[in-house]
Design a protein around this ligand. Structure first.
Ligand SMILES: [Zn+2]
Length: 246
């Protein structure tokens, strides 16, 4: 994995205009994965995906994270600040693979993989015939036996499904990033979920729009092409912009 170039960021931003945040981020991961023929980002576990997004965020915008959230009790708007290290529970892998896991209960054996972004996209686009959590769980179960007989996920007892869920949560803890918060107004304490997908894409969106504005200023001032301006290092770009303002 590597940092995207300004031109690549711009291309991903443009190519995914009408897509969801998740699809935009998956395209960014695909471009920066460095090995597109290997297991594609859409098949990485959510934890693997988010470990990589934390790394990409550090490379692109640094390690300091600032976010706003409303207190669920009194609706006070709270700003929190922390470092990416706070949220890093695992390192990203050079060659992520789809791993199969299995559990055995008193009467069941279940083989399954961890949830991935493809499951999340199915939730986004599904016709509601299953609740979201059940759809993801059923997607992930690759084989199952109940009392020695092969069965499908829908035929498994709830105790077996609960055991698979618990195993998944423990095996992919990076998939659920949380921060402990205390409201300064009412002192309510809670754990707030942090969505690195939307957080990073909003930053990319702002950065690309800023880059386009700078490119337009430089093109008008010097007559350079967009390609030539995007090839400049950020330092050179800023220096030329200062020359225009001087
Ligand atoms: Zn509050």
């Amino acid at each position: 994995m590597r940092t995207p170039t300004p031109g690549e960021l711009l291309a991903v931003w443009e190519d995914t205009t009408c897509r969801t945040y998740l699809e935009k981020i998956l395209q960014l991961l695909y471009v920066t994965s460095g090995n597109p023929t290997a297991c594609t980002p859409v098949l990485w576990s959510i934890g693997e995906r988010d470990a990589r997004l934390l790394q990409l965020r550090e490379w692109l915008f640094g390690s300091q994270l600032i976010n706003l959230v409303h207190c669920p009790q009194c609706n006070e708007l709270i700003e929190w600040e922390t470092g990416t290290d706070t949220f890093r529970l695992q390192n990203w892998q050079q060659q992520p693979e789809v791993q199969l896991h299995s559990i055995a209960t008193d009467d069941c054996v279940v083989h399954f993989r961890l949830p991935n972004s493809n499951d999340m996209l199915q939730v986004l686009y599904q016709e509601a015939y299953l609740d979201d959590a059940s759809l993801i769980l059923h997607n992930c179960i690759t084989a199952a036996w109940h009392n020695g007989e092969p069965c499908v996920a829908a035929q498994l007892p709830q105790t077996a499904l609960d055991a698979v869920n618990a195993y998944m949560e423990d095996a992919d803890r990076q998939a659920d990033i949380r921060i402990q918060l205390t409201c300064p107004a009412c002192e309510h304490q809670w754990q707030s979920h942090f969505d690195i997908v939307s957080y990073l894409w909003i930053e990319v969106d702002n950065a690309v729009k800023h880059l386009l504005q700078e490119t337009a200023v430089l093109a008008m001032a010097f007559g350079w092409t967009e390609e030539a301006i995007l090839a400049l290092s950020p330092q050179r770009r800023q220096y030329y912009l200062q020359m225009i303002k001087a």
